[in-house]
Design a protein around this ligand. Structure first.
Ligand SMILES: N[C@@H](CCC(=O)N[C@@H](CS)C(=O)NCC(=O)O)C(=O)O
Length: 194
């Protein structure tokens, strides 16, 4: 049965909604995101970002166990596994995806930032620390070079916040240097746009 590590927050409700909607059996494990358990090494193996929610499916692809963090990825995973709520054809699937990403990034992140407005820098430092720890044990973000790396090199490759010294995050710096050495990335950064 799927284990869901979650909490009574907007982010935490999402996996529970799709599990309920699809009638997928699950085990709910409450994790208080401010309780410290989400920073313990065992938890970080499931959710490297140290965030809630995340899940473990013992019967993942190929019958192998899989763990997934990020509510949007969990929504996609359960939708794909059950064949529901992902649009009924290829075109509508992309409609669903574009809204999923718009809502999970722009909308959700902006409102979450409003909650944390007084400590936005602290939030960013936590994220840098999680990313740095992840890259300590991983060459790229997700196994091989992938679209996950492409997602964030523009942000970190042109890092311009002089009150944060990236040298505090040496594994991230190693990844940035490796990415910026790629000809396609270099070219994409140099093409004059506008
Ligand atoms: N983008 C993530 C956001 C998850 C998130 O920010 N969760 C909060 C609780 S609602 C958390 O774990 N905060 C603790 C922390 O950042 O250390 C998702 O959609 O799953």
């Amino acid at each position: 049965m799927i284990d869901v590590y979650s909490w009574k927050s907007a982010n935490g409700r999402r996996p529970i909604i799709i599990l309920e909607e699809t009638g997928t059996p699950y085990n709910l494990i409450p994790i208080d995101p401010h309780g410290g358990k989400n920073r313990e090494p065992e938890y970080l193996k499931i959710s490297p970002g140290g965030k809630v929610p995340c899940m473990v499916d013992p019967d993942g692809p190929g019958g192998q166990p899989i763990h997934i963090m990020e509510s949007a990825a969990i929504l996609e995973y359960i939708a794909e596994k059950t064949g529901q709520f992902m649009g009924s054809d290829s075109a509508s699937k992309w409609q669903v995806k574009q809204w999923l990403y718009y809502l999970s990034t722009n909308v959700s992140v902006s409102f979450s930032n409003l909650n944390h407005a007084r400590d936005l820098e602290g939030q960013c430092r936590n994220l840098l620390e999680s990313v740095n720890n992840h890259l300590a044990d991983n060459v790229f973000f997700a196994g091989e070079y992938s679209i996950a790396d492409m997602m964030v090199i523009g942000r970190f490759g042109a890092f311009a916040f002089d009150f944060i010294d990236l040298r505090e995050y040496p594994h991230l710096v190693r990844w940035i240097e490796m990415m910026m050495a790629r000809p396609a990335v270099q070219k994409s950064m140099k093409i004059p746009i506008g």
